[in-house]
Design a binder for this molecule. Structure first.
Ligand SMILES: C[S@@+](CC[C@H](N)C(=O)[O-])C[C@H]1O[C@@H](n2cnc3c(N)ncnc32)[C@H](O)[C@@H]1O
Ligand code: SF4
Ligand code: SF4
Length: 360
């Protein structure tokens, strides 16, 4: 590998990791590649042994490990083991879950609490079955709410403060009428709620997608439930001045799939995006290998044609499209429309050039 390239684009080891316990799901959400069964990545569940190998390589650096990405984390029977390993090493662990895989018994709810998982956000986009299942196809609203209550009761019985629970409500055209009642129900249940915009095509976009509403304000409680590690060196990176928002993950978050493959970010998946494999390679060999350095080179500089060979430049992804758009049209905050950008790619972590968190 070119020494100059490595010198220019190497980064300190990440403190934030996504480790996917598996890309299988019980639901069929229409704008999720897993739900649509359109993902081109190989399907499977991470074996405990694979987790152990990966964990051993990252534990010195990790501050936050999200044990989900492209599937339902509770499908993996070793998920509680993985969470307990994080807890034993005092690393904040977090799950996003549909919580509708099965009914949690008292015992299972207690086992979840005892695993030491730091936080769980349940994806619940409605307060009536009809509205909820519009996006969460095959999901059962009663079950999700009961499972949440089961975990809350188990915490009380065990006198535990964790996991911190959150309700994530993704707004779209067919559930926007339930937003305020959801807020009330969350208050009644004693659970924090976070409203976000569903990434969806125009036919699903709500009035909230078109006009900012206070309900979309980033809630303070998320900062403790989902503490994204501070990256002291991010502001030292000099992005081209024409870039208004950059992909941040290739600079400080590592995305590991169930088979150990590492992706440049959580917007993409599949062999063609592979940066390396954390079972076979060392953390440094992947993180500061040529592929990651080339991605950083492309993102740091500006323009659709740089011939870096990076997947960020050669393959289709949301941000590549953005780079192309920016070059062919006048760069203006208005035209990029931070709101519509969020609406389209809300799963991707975007930061302004100055390093200010625009959205998580
Ligand atoms: C792919 S899911 C995996 C975790 C789990 N199956 C779930 O849905 O909560 C990861 C996150 O993406 C969210 N998500 C799913 N579809 C989305 C969309 N179209 N726009 C924005 N977020 C979405 C989920 O609600 C969840 O918070
Ligand atoms: S529940 Fe999560 S992983 Fe499953 S289809 Fe829906 S968004 Fe995708
Ligand atoms: S340019 Fe594309 S592939 Fe690269 S980090 Fe951004 S969204 Fe991901």
């Amino acid at each position: 590998m070119d020494k100059q390239l490595k010198k220019a684009y190497k980064r300190p080891m990440p403190r934030h990791y996504f480790i996917d316990p598996g890309n299988l799901c019980n639901l069929s959400c229409p704008f999720c590649p897993t739900g649509r069964r359109t993902a081109n990545a190989q399907r499977g569940l991470m074996p405990r042994e694979t987790f152990d190998i990966i964990f051993d390589k990252i534990r010195k650096h990790a501050k936050l490990i999200c044990l989900y990405n492209w599937g339902e984390p509770f499908i993996n029977k070793d998920i509680l083991y993985m969470l307990s390993v994080c807890a034993r090493h005092h690393i904040h662990s977090h799950l996003d879950s549909n919580l509708t895989l099965r009914d949690f018994s008292d015992d299972e709810a207690e086992a979840i609490v005892r695993s030491g998982v730091s936080s769980i956000f349940a994806s619940i986009d409605g307060i009536t079955q009809q509205t909820y299942e519009k996006y969460r196809v095959n999901g059962q609203l009663d079950r999700v709410l009961n499972n949440l209550r089961q975990i809350m009761r188990a915490k009380k019985r065990l006198n535990m403060k964790t996991p911190e629970l959150g309700w994530a409500f993704y707004i779209h055209k067919f559930n926007e009428h339930e937003v305020f009642r959801a807020k009330e129900l969350a208050e009644e249940m004693g659970i924090n709620i976070w409203f976000k915009l569903l990434s969806a095509d125009l036919s699903w976009q709500s009035s909230f997608h078109k006009e900012w509403n206070e309900i979309l304000a980033f809630p303070k409680w998320v900062e403790t439930a989902y503490p994204v590690p501070y990256d002291p060196y991010f502001t030292e990176i000099h992005f081209h001045k024409a870039i208004l928002e950059v992909c941040k993950q290739p600079f400080n978050t590592m995305i590991v799939e169930w088979n150990g493959d590492v992706m440049p970010c959580c917007a993409v998946s599949g062999d063609e995006y592979k940066m390396g494999n954390l079972i076979e390679d060392s953390l440094d060999a992947v993180w500061n290998g040529e592929k990651f350095c080339r991605c950083r080179q492309f993102i740091t500089n500006f323009g659709p044609v740089q011939n870096t060979g990076a997947v960020c430049e050669t393959l289709i992804c949301p941000l590549k499209q953005k780079h192309n758009d920016q070059v062919t049209e006048t760069v203006s905050e208005n035209r990029l429309g931070t709101k519509s950008w969020y609406a389209l790619f809300s799963r991707h972590k975007l930061f302004s050039r100055k390093g200010k968190n625009l959205r998580r």
